[in-house]
Design a protein around this ligand. Structure first.
Ligand code: MRU
Length: 379
């Protein structure tokens, strides 16, 4: 069945997309983002000169995905500091721009702490701004290294769980170089399998309502030259039933201390399907996504997005000012209410393994996760 639906990228193009970069033109430092709301139609850059522009980019999902949100948050603090804005205020608004991905607040706090420490030591605003920037750059580099380590560990795990090779992987949302300083989380594992000649197919969930799978993962898959096929989210059940999925690989926005995983809405149903069909359900995320301060799944704040993202197609990702409506094409009667959580929570008992740069946790227990976090703090 698989090959009749095949869609293969033309060749092995680079997947390196500059999702974010810091620049210092004569007018002053700026943060340049690849506007992900415009992909795949156009590769357009967004230039942020202050934290409020970055907050807007975060809320509209121009910049998105847990690891990249952390990096963006850190650069946002550096930008505020370099341009002489109130760093406390900028850090608070950036950290609260979206609630679920813990990486955002972690990145903001890291740059803010570096700024405060330097200011306390030298009293020099310029040096303190430099320290915030160094922290952001450090996080950016570390995330690239974490991606590479997760890809290696994830591929080893796949090979162990599926010794026959020829992996057919199902993924949800977007987890590649668009969300990372490197090649991403779950997508980086699929890419490693592809490069090793062991990926038979990447099944890409379209990921309603904002289509991160169709718009972004298919875009990255095509650029990499891997064999991939796009499906509607509700086609996943029949794909499992047909025996076409060997493993599910997803990322995470927050992993609670008990191993509950918040990720893009639609992840939990995949975990239930995977369990029913005896297919491994693997979460790939950097250690910064594990939040020891969130005890369990019920404590994770799930972002609720505006209803017009569901009642309209190609809706803008922030509401039109002063209205509930966007300016997309209506697909429901005017005034229809929509349930639009951005994420859902998968309980640890449905997760086969959590792959991080520091190691693989399987089975997923609070004790094993706590040990992993303690080990990573020692490094
Ligand atoms: O709402 P988004 O597009 O920011 O959601 C992103 C996801 O859910 C990703 O799967 C998650 O951040 C993991 S990315 C490595």
């Amino acid at each position: 069945m698989a090959d009749q639906y095949a869609q293969t990228g033309e060749d092995s193009k680079s997947t390196e997309l500059p999702a974010i970069r810091w620049e210092e033109p004569p007018e002053g430092p700026v943060l340049v983002l690849l506007d992900q709301t415009r992909l795949p139609a156009e590769e357009v850059e967004l230039v942020c000169t202050d934290a409020s522009a970055l907050v807007e980019a975060i809320r509209s999902l121009a910049v998105r995905g847990a690891p990249l949100l952390g990096i963006a948050g850190a650069y946002g603090v550096a930008l505020a500091a370099a341009r002489g804005f109130d760093v406390d205020e900028a850090a608070a608004v950036l950290a609260g721009a979206r609630p679920t991905a813990v990486n955002l607040a972690v990145g903001v706090r890291r740059a803010e702490a570096a700024y405060r420490a330097e200011l306390g030591k030298s009293g020099d605003q310029e040096l303190a701004a430099g320290a915030a920037l160094a922290a952001a750059r450090g996080l950016h580099r570390e995330d690239a290294a974490a991606s590479a380590a997760m890809a290696e560990r994830g591929l080893a795990l796949l090979d162990e769980l599926l010794p026959g090779g020829g992996h057919r992987i199902l993924t949800h949302c977007n987890t590649g170089s668009l969300v990372s300083g490197g090649e991403g989380t779950a997508f980086a594992v699929a890419l490693a399998a592809h490069r090793a000649g062991r990926l038979r197919r990447l099944w890409v969930d379209e990921t309603r309502p904002l289509l991160q799978g169709a718009r972004l993962t298919a875009y990255e898959a095509a650029r990499s030259g891997m064999a991939y096929t796009l499906l509607t989210d509700n086609a996943a059940g029949s794909l499992f039933a047909a025996g076409e999925v060997d493993a599910v690989l997803i990322g995470a926005d927050r992993i609670a201390a008990d191993g509950s995983v918040a990720n893009k809405v639609g992840s939990y149903p995949l975990a239930v399907l995977a369990r029913y069909h005896h297919v491994p359900f693997i979460v790939v995320a950097p250690v910064t996504t594990v939040d020891p301060d969130t005890p369990d799944g019920a404590s994770i704040e799930v972002e609720q997005r505006p209803g017009h993202e569901v009642t309209e197609i190609a809706a803008p990702q922030v509401p039109v000012a002063g209205t509930e409506a966007g300016s997309g094409i209506p697909v429901a009667p005017l005034g229809t209410q929509a349930y639009n959580p951005a994420f859902d929570v998968t309980p640890p008992e449905l997760v086969t393994a959590i792959v991080t740069e520091e190691g693989v946790v399987s089975p997923v227990t609070a004790e094993a996760l706590a040990e992993l976090c303690a080990r990573s703090r020692e490094v």
